[in-house]
Design a protein around this ligand. Structure first.
Ligand code: C2O
Ligand code: CU
Length: 475
């Protein structure tokens, strides 16, 4: 894949003068009466939004309620959410509440947990949110195109006592492939991209706009919730001149710590919460760089310090650990271990692993989990790769034998990443999606406490639709 090309075309859009300052939000605390569910109506349909901004034309997108990202859902831990989704697209859809441990029937997996919502039909999702954290929602049908055209949004669940910060900010990171007229390029699910990195766009957005600068104040403390809502792009963010602390990953709290190597790496669907102390001076401008792809680093946005007086005389004291969520603790000593092998895709020298050119032509079976490819079209009639006993601890020993990154996501549960490449992980972090580098291993431990059939798949959406999808049954 020639990322350079895409990068340059993004540059030309950026240099066209369409960039804008991100509107700085005030902390949007939930202030609803604690009774009754949070009720929303989502209409999925076509709309026009200013992704790039003037003088570029608006972009025709697929969106929830006309905006990209869709409306931010924000509620308190333990509250109930009820969302009626009306499908005004020309194809079927569902909504998946990524990372939230919902009851199976509310999970949005087409033909596994529900019938897809046909054009003109509606479906009501209703569930309580058991855990605080930063989550998101997106369609789970024709995912590469539906997310790639703009269907996604943030779902924020606040702790009962959220840490003191000056601002609680959400950055939904989007990635679009735009033509020169700012319209979305077609060519979704082409076999070449499926077999490699998946569709990576040329236009990165924060909260649906190509960003230019983000206004901040000296000594301000920001809780920055980052959501990678891209279909295929991996981010590696460096906050130049600043020392962010990771306080949660994948929605789940952990010991506050600096990101490894000073870089916040987020594969598709992954989220992190940072405490970002604004240690610069009034008038400073410092860049946030995305350095993930070798030689393709670019500036995502500038942190732009205002001249306002700092909100506090002294720097804020170190943040405390967030309160724990409600996941049952895996009993590692008693755990049953299952090997899960990832294969497929383009290897070195243009050679396909497994499927060969036959796979290339079809596009639907270019990747496999434990030797089985489950393309989108066959969801619902595939046997589970594993059947687990409810209440027991399991370790999934994942072996990525491919030459590509795969953010592996398990529905309905969160797992601890206990080892990586045979080494114990320092933080034994909870996640629902784990980015597996090429030819790497990881062990994921969790209690199979949520009954029924759950998707386990790669969140590079072209890989998912290209077969890298499976079902794990909790019986
Ligand atoms: Cu966000 Cu099955 O995915
Ligand atoms: Cu993948």
């Amino acid at each position: 894949m020639d990322f350079t090309l895409y990068r340059q075309s993004r540059r030309s859009l950026l240099l066209g003068g369409g960039a804008v300052a991100l509107v700085s939000g005030l902390p949007a605390r939930v202030s609803r009466a604690a009774s009754g569910p949070l009720e929303k109506r989502f209409v999925a349909g076509e709309s026009r939004v200013a992704l790039v901004g003037s003088p570029h034309p608006e972009t025709v997108v697929w969106s929830y309620n006309g905006t990209v990202p869709g409306p931010e859902l924000r509620l308190r831990q333990g509250e109930k959410l009820r969302v009626t989704v009306e499908n005004r697209l020309s194809q079927d859809t569902t909504v998946h509440w990524h990372g939230v441990r919902v009851p199976n029937a509310m999970d949005g997996a087409p033909n596994v947990t529900q019938k897809p919502i046909q054009p003109g039909e509606s479906f009501v999702y209703e569930f309580t949110v058991p855990d605080a954290g930063t989550y998101w929602y997106h369609p789970h049908a024709h995912s590469s195109e539906q997310v790639g055209r703009g269907l996604m949004g943030a779902l924020i669940v606040e702790e009962p006592n959220s840490p003191e910060v000056d601002r609680d900010i959400v950055w939904v990171l989007g990635d679009f492939r735009l033509k020169d007229d700012a319209s979305i390029a077609g060519g979704f699910n082409n076999p070449m991209e499926i077999s490699m990195s998946g569709r990576v766009g040329n236009t990165v957005t924060i909260n649906g706009r190509v960003p230019d600068r983000f206004p901040v104040r000296a000594r301000e403390r920001i809780r920055l919730r980052l959501i990678n809502a891209a279909a295929g792009r991996i981010f590696g963010l460096e906050f130049k001149g600043h020392k962010p602390l990771v306080i949660a990953f994948g929605g789940q709290p952990g010991e506050p710590h600096p990101p490894e190597g000073g870089r916040v790496v987020l594969g598709p669907a992954m989220r992190t919460d940072l405490i970002l102390d604004m240690t610069g001076k009034p008038g400073d401008t410092t860049p946030v760089m995305d350095m993930f792809y070798k030689d393709l680093g670019y500036k995502l946005v500038d942190l732009s310090y205002s001249d306002e007086a700092p909100p506090r005389a002294q720097p804020a004291s170190p943040p405390a650990k967030l309160p724990p969520n409600t996941m049952p603790e895996p009993n590692i000593a008693q755990a049953q271990r299952h090997e899960v092998t990832l294969t497929g895709g383009m290897m070195g020298g243009g050679r396909m692993m497994g499927g060969g050119m036959g796979g290339m032509m079809g596009g639907g079976s270019m990747w496999a989990i434990n030797g089985v490819a489950m393309p989108d079209a066959r969801m619902g009639d595939m046997e589970p790769i594993l059947t687990l006993d409810r209440g027991k601890t399991y370790i999934l020993a994942i072996d990525n034998q491919t030459a590509w990154h795969h953010p592996m996501h398990l529905h309905g549960h969160s797992f601890r990443v206990i080892t990586r490449n045979g080494q114990r992980t320092r933080y034994q972090e909870w996640r629902d999606t784990d980015l597996m580098p090429p030819r790497s291993q990881a062990e994921l431990a969790f209690v199979a406490d949520n009954p029924s059939d759950w998707m386990f798949h790669c969140h590079v959406l072209d890989h998912q639709e290209g077969g890298m999808m499976s079902v794990i049954r909790v019986a």
